[in-house]
Design a protein around this ligand. Structure first.
Ligand code: GCW
Length: 717
């Protein structure tokens, strides 16, 4: 936002003396992310510090900047490392290009004001990311020198280096061509309306700016439940080209979801068999047309054989044969040094599954994909939802991550809060994401946390990363709620750097929300601490008042995915079963007596831990085991049924406390009236809805189990 900082704050006052007076932008055309970086520096100094900087677009020699005494103080040079070395270096200041990977950046921060500050990227987007990160420090009132983490010190300057851990840092939008967004809670599509791409793409460009500010590099613009028509008409291909043009100045690339049956449904062929010559040439032609209009197309995303979507199984072809069909077309038409990427979703399951004791939707991904490890082309990335079911409030990490040892993998996270309150509830998601990123598969007895698998380091894969389902729309707040934006900010930060297991790490969920709060509401500790405390308490509270002990969210499964409906979990083909009956609750996923899911973990100790009730973490107890309501929690004196009651009451109480905590900011002048009121309304709704949740779930289980709450809270009074 570049909101003004209070100049009388001593930290801010000292920063003002250091901010640049002159910006030298190296070698930028007007559509380059480097040009955008210059604009951002200008806007930030104006907005945050009320200072006007001079911008010099230098395309040639700038070595004079580095000549003693000719440099006016407080110059900042931005550009790629290559451009810097080419245009600016003298014998002593050449930058070692091997410090950075693509999209990475460095800051060189002078100890004395007479040398320039450098913000240099490995490539053009990297330069913009480095600029945004630098400005984010200034906008929080931080001195970048003090906050730079991995500093190397030379005599007269410090260098801060930041490289993304993975090349795939994508957003997925589930936008339909009619302008609706599946599971979107922030208005209509930014891209589509009435079957075509909208003519005014200013919001799309602003979205790209927002995403680039946290290091996102591509957006798949249409729903995975894809409309085949999108890639079929020249007008639509031109429309996608215009979206790409709107994104390009921010280094954000376009990706497209494809419908497997398109060769038949819109192409006039009799088949969509991935090995059929006609089908291959259909996709070749689509890919060729797209690359001729969008030379930097990021790639494709495909959902096949799931929830009624067409896929290769119809022709008895493997999912790898299905994926490679598109990967080969991408290879053929994309630049050799940067092949288009085929994201193939691991979310493949049968939604009409018959419920029996051994059946388990959670088993699907491993059973389909593990046998195919090694059969996917190099430019395929298998995109795996974080848990084996579907974005529930608590799931163990998908065991598939441990099986993809010769296959590129990415984690799919959901920023849009489908099962998690649909932006009407504050649920800050990074603490949930951390449980998955840090989950150790112990493959081959070696540490194998999910974060090291998706970055490719564990199994030496060259591609990988993150896909976040965001579903931003035309709402003023993008997502439909002010506080929900923190999840998008955090998604970008964590896709760039998924370390941060300790609270004090700059990449930890707590540090990230603190930064977001400062950038959003200013530096005053009263507001920063309030937002941080609420956010950090939110996911545990939501888990408590929805589905505790690993039962999943217990929301309505059949239609809305919003609000309590524990009776809808079982007795249908969707497979989000809890097996709640008069005696007990929980899915038996053991190998010895249940669905066998626990045995899908490649780490023997991991599988053994979940096989036994005594060693299964409490949060996942009912995920892995079916137990009587009277079962004592391992090591505790509380029964499962009593924990269900207690957790729901505790969760609703926490939600109620959010309202009073926020109200303490009323009239403080720290939050503008509009945002204050909007958040107060949201939190009041959440507190009320948490009571609805609490009572619905507690009553459901009291009725089923006939066991009263020890504290007399549940039941008729
Ligand atoms: O979570 C479910 C959603 C569907 C979605 C599907 C998927 C796009 O309820 O709306 O479809 O997952 O991820 O493919």
């Amino acid at each position: 936002r570049y909101a003004p900082l209070n100049a009388s704050d001593p930290a801010v006052a000292s920063l003002i003396t250091q901010i640049p007076q002159r910006v030298i932008v190296l070698n930028a055309t007007s559509t380059s992310p480097i040009f955008a970086a210059g604009q951002e520096l200008f806007k930030a100094c104006q907005g945050v510090f009320n200072r006007t900087v001079d911008i010099v677009y230098a395309v040639d020699n700038c070595s004079s900047v580095f000549t003693a005494n000719s440099t006016p103080a407080k110059t900042i040079v931005i550009g790629t490392v290559t451009a810097f070395n080419h245009f600016c270096s003298n014998s002593s200041n050449t930058i070692n290009t091997s410090l950075l990977v693509p999209d990475g950046y460095l800051w060189q921060l002078p100890a004395s004001a007479s040398s320039p500050t450098l913000v240099l990227g490995q490539n053009e987007p990297g330069t913009l990311y480095g600029t945004f990160a630098y400005l984010a420090e200034l906008a929080q009132g931080n001195n970048p020198i003090r906050t730079a983490s991995n500093i190397t010190t030379a005599t007269d300057y410090k260098t801060h280096i930041s490289n993304p851990v993975a090349p795939v840092r994508w957003v997925n939008q589930w936008d339909n061509l009619d302008g609706s967004i599946e599971r979107g809670y922030g208005g209509h599509s930014l891209f589509f309306s009435g079957g075509r791409v909208v003519s005014d793409l200013h919001r799309a460009a602003a979205y790209a700016r927002l995403l680039a500010s946290v290091g996102i590099n591509a957006v798949v613009v249409n729903n995975v439940n894809a409309d085949a028509a999108l890639v079929h008409t020249p007008a639509n291909i031109e429309g996608l080209g215009r979206i790409a043009d709107a994104f390009r100045p921010y280094g954000v690339r376009v990706g497209v979801s494809l419908n497997f049956a398109a060769p038949q449904s819109v192409g006039g062929l009799k088949t969509y068999d991935p090995l059929d010559a006609g089908v291959i040439s259909f996709w070749d032609s689509v890919t060729a047309q797209l690359y001729s209009r969008i030379p930097d197309l990021a790639g494709f995303l495909v959902k096949g054989d799931s929830e009624g979507q067409p896929g290769p199984k119809k022709y008895n072809r493997s999912l790898a044969q299905g994926a490679n069909l598109f990967a080969k077309a991408l290879r053929k038409y994309s630049p050799a040094d940067r092949p288009g990427v085929l994201m193939y979703r691991a979310f493949v399951y049968d939604q009409l599954q018959e419920s029996n004791w051994k059946a388990d939707r959670a088993n699907a991904a491993v059973s389909y994909f593990a046998p195919l490890d090694g059969q996917f082309d190099d430019n395929v990335v298998v995109q795996v939802k974080y848990g084996p079911i579907d974005f529930q409030v608590r799931e163990p990490a998908s065991p598939l991550f441990g099986h993809l040892q010769k296959t590129n993998a990415a984690i799919e996270l959901q920023v849009t809060q489908e099962y998690l309150g649909q932006q009407c509830h504050l649920v800050y998601l990074p603490p949930l994401w951390r449980t998955v990123l840090d989950f150790d598969m112990e493959a081959g007895g070696t540490p194998s946390p999910v974060k090291d698998i998706i970055t490719g380091t564990r199994f030496q894969r060259t591609l990988g990363g993150s896909a976040g389902v965001v579903n931003a729309g035309t709402s003023d707040t993008w997502l439909g709620s002010h506080l929900a934006q923190a999840n998008l900010y955090a998604y970008g930060r964590m896709a760039w750097d998924p370390t941060g297991a300790n609270e004090t790490d700059p990449a930890s969920p707590r540090s990230i929300i603190e930064s977001w709060a400062k950038l959003t509401f200013g530096r005053d500790p009263a507001v920063v601490n309030t937002v941080t405390d609420l956010a950090m308490a939110a996911w545990p509270a939501y888990e408590n008042y929805t589905g505790n002990l690993g039962m999943q969210t217990l929301t309505d499964i059949l239609y809305t995915h919003f609000g309590p409906n524990p009776a809808s979990q079982d007795g249908n083909g969707w497979g989000q079963w809890t097996r709640a009956d008069g005696h007990g609750v929980g899915m038996d996923r053991t190998v010895s007596n249940g669905t066998g899911f626990a045995g899908q973990y490649v780490g023997k100790d991991v599988a053994a831990k979940f096989e036994s009730l005594a060693t299964t973490p409490r949060d996942l107890l009912l995920w892995f085991h079916h137990v009587p309501y009277t079962q004592l929690l391992p090591g505790e004196n509380t029964t499962v049924i009593q924990h269900i009651y207690d957790a729901h009451y505790a969760g609703a109480e926490t939600a109620a406390s959010f309202v009073t905590r926020w109200a303490a900011l009323n009239g403080s002048g720290l939050v503008d009236p509009d945002r204050y009121a909007s958040i107060a309304n949201q939190l009041a709704f959440q507190a009320g809805h948490a009571i609805v949740w609490r009572d619905a779930i507690c009553t459901f289980f009291a009725d089923l189990s006939k066991i009263p709450d020890q504290h007399g809270r549940v039941g008729r009074h």
